[in-house]
Unconditional design. Structure first.
Lengths: 233, 244
């Protein structure tokens, strides 16, 4: 089949897996939409170094299975390829997201201003931790459907893991350009990120379990918890 | 609406949390020692909510099926906590202590701890002033003749002991001779029996007399002169009544 006349770029542009083409000096020659988002969480240099480290010995392509994690991105493999001395490409393979098997209980979902629940939980949190806390929130996030009781429990437990932390930063924002599919429908994502100098991890399993019930993607790290909440309207 | 006063930052945060979630369907509980104002606080915040006590399990179950907004007091007294379904309702509970931590954790979205009065001394002064005013009104005592500073603050049972100490203090400190005689009369009527009654009950008069005299005049010598009794007799009585 002659495919020479076909322009494959748009297929690559919209591929959900990040793809980057570097010059031999580490300059970005091309990146697709997904890679653009990835660069929000990792430096150009780090990915270029990664490409060089896993490059095949000779011209050609080499796929390596490894576990990579950048913020909410999790990859299980990368393919590095070069056909000349000028360009080198890296493609990341997205690890499949674990899908919640719990069906959404629509009767429990009530249209809610998420800022109300967040601020109420912060008020509760302040009764336990007097340390400085910074909140950066987007009051323009539209009200969306939330299981108010369960989501509040999730917030309480999430914040509780920062009960002895200092310099706590809480950010609530709408993630631009990212979506999640729920019941076959594309939903925007609201991200709640809490970061501090450290945190307790004793309730991590409970946080994960409630997040799953609420169809909320979660990322729990040593000093950070990020919750990606689907904006169901 | 009942008023709830606080200067405590901790309690103000609890009130803020409640005010923010007032219109939402979330379950909240306030836990804290007895007599610290939990019920007053929730009634102040939710004046129109139906109130049911955990004392009556059947009433709680019935109210839960009937109302979307409900105050459950004495939640720790419910023995069927695990079987309750608080989803999609506005439930505000109060409890003196956490029975099963896991159950409370599963049932409630917001778990607040209300500090005792000992931990809220900024509030205690205000509550003391309120009780003094109430007691003066009820007992028809003119407070101008007394100093509120001298009224002891007893927080062993939070507001209960605080209130009762204030009432007792104001009553005992506003009695006239006739009131005291009546009180002694009533006491003697109840307690007088045996064959050594005179000596046994003499301490009712002698002990406060010597204690107050020593406090007022300092030395035993001076007091013996004031009382018009021999110094040795006074010393003997001090010893008999175990006065320091």
């Amino acid at each position: 089949m002659n495919t020479e006349s076909i322009n494959f770029q748009s297929f690559l542009d919209w591929d959900n897996s990040p793809f980057i083409l570097f010059s031999s000096l580490g300059k970005i020659l091309y990146l697709n939409n997904s890679a653009e988002i990835l660069f929000g969480y990792v430096s150009k240099q780090e990915l270029y170094d990664l490409a060089l480290a896993y490059a095949p010995q000779n011209f050609g392509y080499k796929t390596t299975t490894l576990s990579l994690n950048y913020d909410s991105f999790t990859f299980y493999a990368i393919t590095i390829g070069y056909e000349n001395e000028e360009q080198i490409s890296i493609r990341f393979y997205n690890a499949p997201r674990i899908r919640s098997t719990t069906p959404i209980e629509k009767d429990k979902l009530v249209t809610t201003d998420i800022n109300l629940l967040l601020e109420a939980n912060i008020a509760l949190f302040r009764t336990k931790n007097p340390n400085h806390l910074q909140l950066l929130t987007d009051h323009d996030i539209p009200a969306f459907k939330i299981d108010q009781n369960n989501f509040s429990k999730l917030l309480r437990k999430t914040l509780d893991s920062f009960r002895a932390s200092d310099s706590i930063n809480i950010t609530l924002k709408l993630l631009t350009g990212e979506h999640v599919i729920i019941s076959g429908k594309k939903k925007a994502i609201v991200q709640l990120s809490i970061e501090a100098n450290g945190r307790y991890s004793d309730a991590d399993e409970e946080v994960k379990s409630i997040a799953m019930q609420c169809h909320i993607a979660h990322l729990l790290k040593e000093r950070t918890i990020k919750l990606e909440i689907p904006l169901i309207t | 609406m009942e008023q709830f006063f606080t200067k405590s930052e901790h309690v103000q945060n609890i009130i803020k949390g409640f005010n923010l979630t007032k219109t939402l369907f979330v379950s909240s509980i306030i836990i804290g020692e007895e007599n610290i104002g939990k019920k007053l606080l929730v009634r102040h915040l939710f004046p129109n909510a139906r109130v049911v006590s955990g004392d009556d399990q059947e009433a709680v179950v019935a109210a839960l099926s009937e109302y979307d907004e409900l105050i459950i007091t004495d939640f720790e007294k419910l023995s069927n906590q695990e079987s309750l379904n608080l989803d999609n309702k506005r439930i505000i509970a109060t409890a003196n202590y956490i029975g099963n931590k896991q159950t409370i954790d599963n049932l409630f979205a917001f778990i607040y701890t209300l500090p005792s009065l000992k931990e809220r001394l900024e509030d205690t002064a205000h509550i003391k002033a309120l009780y003094i005013k109430e007691a003066c009104d009820n007992l028809m005592i003119d407070m101008d003749e007394m100093s509120t500073q001298d009224i002891p603050v007893n927080l062993t049972q939070n507001s209960k002991s605080l209130k009762s100490t204030i009432y007792k203090y104001l009553m005992t400190h506003s009695m006239n001779k006739k009131d005291i005689q009546e009180a002694v009369h009533s006491y003697i009527l109840k307690e007088l029996h045996g064959n050594n009654g005179y000596k046994e009950h003499l301490s009712l008069y002698e002990k406060p007399l010597i204690e107050a005299g020593l406090q007022k005049f300092g030395s035993q010598l001076q007091l013996s002169q004031i009382l018009g009794i021999n110094r040795n007799t006074l010393r003997k009585k001090i010893h008999e009544h175990g006065i320091d």
